[in-house]
Design a protein around this ligand. Structure first.
Ligand SMILES: NC(=O)c1ccc[n+]([C@@H]2O[C@H](COP(=O)([O-])OP(=O)(O)OC[C@H]3O[C@@H](n4cnc5c(N)ncnc54)[C@H](O)[C@@H]3O)[C@@H](O)[C@H]2O)c1
Length: 339
């Protein structure tokens, strides 16, 4: 199968390209590198382009005639959405409208879309099923929900078949340390805590220690990016087999507190994470975790790599490569201080 991977130079998209190629499918990466990395484009051809420019998408579709599209490209940094909402609507929604129009013109009707648990907002019940009300509390979540609504309208009219995959917390890296998480700014817990543990990032800020959870810190559902890639292949196969459009949670059903993640980092790396406690942040619910029954029954998906120690070990292997120069410099300084 030939699959156009829009945003394929990014964190999750590059892992999906790797998984597609591993089973003999042909990914074609479409990316403008606004947050992706050229070194992450290792599987399949590259089309450099921007989804805000319809001609770029038309060119990619006409040259490669993909059987399906997977769409990862978006503005993802939640805080920026609150200060630059129009950029988010332009890229996250306007970009998808362009993509869908060009897909329609090229007679390509299968789409796997990166949605998010942020479309639920503050949950009434956890673990959340897909029937949890979708009431996002930020611009990022609202743009993703807008796309889900649009996709469901198009599918109802028989124009497309789609899967909206509502990811929880993506994390980890490829086990060979080849590709991994490299956002800038990085807002995710594990890479930031690893940086602090490595002595490169100062103290990590731990927001909220008085939540009604087992140790007072927030619980999140961490899914290994290799498992996440596997779900995409299953979703694609489901659509291509004509089994119909769907939305589904992608998590583990389990969750870890922030302190448990920091403990895992100390255990795996042998380095404790220096951190300082801060008050709660607005909009952080105590627990976000997925009810995973639908992913299991519809796609036969069960996570295989999402133990917290495996996630941290893979992420650490990757980051040690990325930070090799800084780590060597730090080790040098420490040697000189000892001498
Ligand atoms: N990382 C997570 O934990 C997480 C959780 C839930 C949902 N998601 C969703 O998954 C998707 C991928 O996330 P990620 O962490 O891999 O992000 P990322 O920033 O690493 O990847 C996004 C990619 O899209 C590209 N891109 C952005 N705008 C573009 C445009 N206009 N034209 C062409 N390319 C463009 C970027 O250059 C980058 O390569 C996003 O849609 C995000 O909302 C991520």
């Amino acid at each position: 199968m030939r699959v156009l991977v829009v945003g394929g130079a990014g964190y999750i998209g590059s892992h999906v390209c790797r998984a597609l190629a591993a089973r003999g499918d042909e990914p074609i990466v479409f990316d403008n590198f606004c947050s992706g990395h050229r070194h992450a484009v290792k599987w399949g051809e590259l089309v450099e382009g921007d989804i805000r420019n319809p001609a770029d998408i038309a060119r990619a579709l006409s040259v490669h005639s993909p059987d399906a599209v997977m769409h990862f490209a978006a503005n993802i940094e939640v805080g920026s959405g609150e200060t630059q909402p129009l950029d988010f609507w332009d890229n996250n929604v306007g970009g998808v409208i362009n993509l869908l129009k060009e897909m329609q013109a090229a007679n390509c009707r299968t789409l796997v879309f990166s949605s998010t648990c942020a479309t639920y907002g503050i949950p009434e019940t956890v673990p959340m099923t897909e029937d949890e009300p979708q009431a996002p509390i930020n611009v990022y979540g609202r743009t993703k929900l807008a796309v889900e609504t649009m996709l469901s309208d198009l599918a109802r009219c028989g124009h497309i078949d789609y899967a909206a995959l509502r990811y929880f917390n993506a994390c980890g890296a490829s086990p060979d340390g080849d590709i991994g998480e490299e956002h800038d700014p990085e807002t995710h817990l594990i890479p930031n805590a690893l940086k602090a543990a490595a002595g490169l990032g100062g103290k990590m800020k731990l927001f909220g220690t008085d939540y009604p959870t087992r140790d007072g810190t927030c619980i999140r559902d961490y899914i290994h990016v290799v498992d996440l890639a596997d779900v995409h292949l299953r979703a694609l196969d489901h659509l291509i087999a004509g089994r119909g459009s769907f939305a589904c949670n992608v998590g583990t059903g389990d969750g870890f507190t922030v302190r448990e993640v920091l403990d895992a980092i100390a255990r795996v790396t042998g380095r404790p994470v220096p951190f300082e406690e801060h008050p709660r942040r607005a909009g952080d619910p105590p627990v976000l975790s997925a009810n995973t029954a639908r992913a299991k029954s519809l796609l036969g998906f069960e996570p295989q790599h999402s133990s917290i120690d495996e996630i941290v070990a893979d992420a650490w292997r990757f980051h040690q490569k990325v930070w090799a120069a800084e780590l060597a410099e730090l080790a040098n300084q420490e040697q000189m201080e000892i001498a």
